[in-house]
Design a protein around this ligand. Sequence first.
Ligand code: AMP
Ligand code: MG
Length: 318
Amino acid sequence: MTEILSPDASGIARAADLLRAGDLVAFPTETVYGLGGDARSDIAVARIFAAKGRPRFNPLIVHVPDAAAAAGIAVLDDRARRLAAAFWPGPLTLVLPSVPAAGLSPLVTADLPSVAVRVPAHPVARALLAAFGGPVAAPSANPSGRISPTRAAHVLDGLAGRIAAVVDGGPCGIGLESTILSLVGPARLLRPGGLPQEALEACLREPLADAAADAPDRPTAPGQLASHYAPGAPVRLMAGAAEPGEVWIGFGPGTGDAGLNLSPGGDLVEAAANLFHMLHEADRRAAAGGGRIAVAPVPARGLGRAINDRLRRAAAPR
Ligand code: AMP
Ligand code: MG
């Protein structure tokens, strides 16, 4: 059952409690309805990917109440500060270098060294961020591949029964996604959206670089991530058991108790939540032992598809 919450104090308090419990809450922003989860919780973020049925772990936008909170998770240079002063709160997402050890789940950033940050203007979104008191990861609140929702009813059409609650704040004003600008290196428009490019250029006092002309090692879209942040050690997939010298990453019961296990109980949400942490840990152990990483098969259903996509990238020749 998905609760339908009113956008008043009691509805907001309930929504914040659900977020604190690691549950998912859809809420209105001035662009579209977002599917919110605690950006610091691996399980909450894994649940976002599961609820949307996303086929891969592309990075999510993190919502914060103001530029000061943004500075807690991202490095704002002069350009970022100028844009933030001009356009936050509002439909502008900035991709910025992340602050290491800010406590974000690596699933939020797809383990990249950058983070996408936005300060929404919608009063209900702002009330929820204030009540929750932490960063909220929120892609659009629709199943993957479907149209972004601009009303609570659209959210329920796609996600009823798959998320804890939706705060019904009426129709969204803009109905377009936020404009995404990367400030990792030269300013680049990653996605046109609710804030026009001309407004950004006027504020930056320079034309924006063409994102299509990007170097392939500068991921702009999820599909371009290739073997980015692959472990240093070679990775062997679909392994039945670890061979001598291999660090084992298991999945499900009875796949070896030495080494790591994405989910002994075979839970794909738990496995997704553990994935990046265990790849890092396995890489650390493999580097110490001079070995290789072997990963058990993960079923290709639900979040298993995104897990396998990430594992294939980790194992890709490089
Ligand atoms: P959505 O999840 O639909 O709101 O879309 C989020 C968009 O932001 C995607 O196009 C991502 O590729 C982009 N994005 C989010 N975080 C990053 C990041 N750290 N680096 C580059 N692009 C990002
Ligand atoms: Mg979307």
